[in-house]
Design a binder for this molecule. Structure first.
Ligand code: PMP
Length: 403
């Protein structure tokens, strides 16, 4: 790549953006693979399943029927109606199609909200560990990200009293994912009700609940904070099709909120991208209205993999690993293996990639600096092979002198 000429300057807003350590790892893994090394990639946040046949068929039909025009900026009424039905049926959220805006992935839904609501100087409270894009989007908008660290003993989940202590007059948004990327933790109804009681006492604060991993969970209960009546108008619910329906590349996500927030997001999206791809929207309608059997089958497969990976990781001495309730990541604490040879989790990940040809990511940019994140969105065969190599690599590390 050519270096930037010194007389051509980037916009100031980019100066705050962190360099993506996950992308750096992906690039290194790709380079090793190009050299013929048998790299197994456990770093990705992407389902390895193909999109279900009935969803693919709907897209083909959409092309043949000539869906080649712009849709409304907020997404087609057909899809917004299907989403409103889904939210009523599964999440007990009583929003109409007018309270929904469909975007190019949940990522754009989050970007819309943050750009529409956050002023320079506003604080955005992010429950940590967190998906690193939250932090970067807040910085891009000129806001101040403030991390609220959840205790390991509470499965990394922040509590209502901790939230109450962290809120300030400058707090604009509270942002979390449940199930959480990267911890897999899920907030219960009781926990969210307590959090809602705190937020309700601060009418200047809005909650962004990212529920994109909703369908990848290993417990029956899933609760949306937006379904609590007394806080409903302070909650923005974000969701999408990438994870539960294995549709990452289709780029469809959405949010549901009070009308003034949706209108503001509509104004942002109208200038940035317009409505998402018309064909992908038709496919998303099929995802919601068709059989849910593939979603359940994937869920069962993720559970099998989670159990396998937990068993294999727990066989490695001195790795502390929590059992996740959802999503498709494990977050082992690798503190025991850090020291003079490998001071940080990033160093450890690089070493594991070079030595064992297994790509993982450091927990540091996710707010878990002594952990590494391992994705099990890959086959059982890959998981077994990778864990065999990791076991050997950690055994080598154990034999190194500690000083
Ligand atoms: N939220 C979380 C917590 C995620 O992990 C991701 C994807 N990695 C997204 C949102 C964005 O998903 P998409 O833009 O593909 O809908």
């Amino acid at each position: 790549m050519l270096p930037r000429p010194s007389h051509l300057l980037l916009a100031d807003r980019l100066s705050a953006l962190g360099e993506s350590q996950t992308l750096a790892m992906t690039a290194r893994a790709r380079a090793l693979r190009a050299q013929g090394k048998p790299v197994i990639n456990l770093s990705l946040g992407e389902p390895d399943f193909p999109t279900a046949p009935h969803i693919r068929e709907a897209a083909k039909q959409a092309i043949d029927e000539g869906n080649s025009w712009y849709t409304p900026v907020a997404g087609s009424l057909e899809l917004r109606t299907a989403i409103a039905d889904k939210l009523r049926r599964e999440n007990n959220l009583a929003w109409s199609a007018d309270n929904i805006i469909v975007s190019t992935g949940a990522k754009q839904a989050l970007a819309n909200v943050i750009l529409a609501l956050v002023n320079p100087g506003d604080e955005v409270l992010i429950f940590s560990p967190y998906w690193l894009t939250y932090y970067e989007l807040v910085q891009l908008a000129g806001g101040t990200p403030v991390l609220l660290q959840g205790a390991v003993a509470n499965h990394y989940k922040a509590t209502a009293p901790e939230l109450a202590a962290a809120l300030t007059p400058r707090t604009k948004l509270v942002l979390y994912s449940s199930p959480c990327n990267p911890t897999g933790a899920i907030f219960s109804r009781a926990e969210l009700t307590q959090i809602a009681e705190v937020v309700a006492q601060h009418p200047h604060v809005l909650v962004v609940a990212d529920e994109i991993y909703e369908h990848i969970r290993f417990q029956a209960e899933f609760f949306s904070i937006g379904s609590i009546d007394f806080i409903k108008n302070q909650v923005i619910t974000v969701n999408g099709f990438s994870k539960g329906f294995a549709m990452t590349g289709w780029r469809v996500g959405y949010l549901a909120a009070a009308r003034w927030i949706v209108d503001a997001c509509n104004a942002v999206q109208g200038q940035m991208t317009s409505g998402p791809c018309a064909i992908a929207q038709k496919a998303a309608v099929a995802a919601l209205s068709g059989t849910q059997a593939p979603v359940q089958a994937m869920q069962q497969e993720y559970r099998r993999r989670r159990d396998l990976l937990l068993e294999l990781l727990r066989a490695i001495p001195h790795l502390a690993v929590e059992e996740p309730a959802g999503a498709f990541f494990l977050l082992p604490d690798v503190s025991h293996y850090l020291g003079p040879h490998l001071p940080t989790a990033q160093d450890l990940c690089c070493w594991l990639l070079e030595e064992a040809h297994v790509a993982t990511v450091t927990g540091a940019p996710f707010g878990a600096p002594t952990c590494i994140r391992i994705s099990y969105a890959t086959s059982e065969e890959n998981l077994r092979a990778a864990l065999g190599r990791l076991q050997a690599a950690f055994a080598v590390l154990s034999r190194l002198p500690k000083e």
